[in-house]
Design a protein around this ligand. Structure first.
Ligand code: ZN
Length: 70
């Protein structure tokens, strides 16, 4: 007669199950969990979050590249 504890996803504020069967708790989904972790890392280490692969074709900017010296 135990109902799973109900919670709210810290990321998207949707109702999220806190039951042990929810491996992403307290988040509602893996996406929200990863998003939250991403924000945490961004705050702690200011790592830019790559949200698109549009830049993958560009060569990484090199400090030795004379074209980038201004
Ligand atoms: Zn969520």
């Amino acid at each position: 007669m135990t109902s799973p504890p109900a919670g709210r996803c810290p990321q998207c504020r949707k109702p999220a199950s806190l039951a042990e069967t929810n491996r992403f708790r307290p988040f509602c989904s893996e996406r929200c969990k990863l998003l939250d972790l991403g924000e945490w890392f961004a705050e702690k280490h200011t790592i830019p979050v790559v949200e698109s692969d549009a830049d993958l074709d560009d060569a990484p900017s090199s400090p030795q590249d004379p074209d980038r010296l201004q």
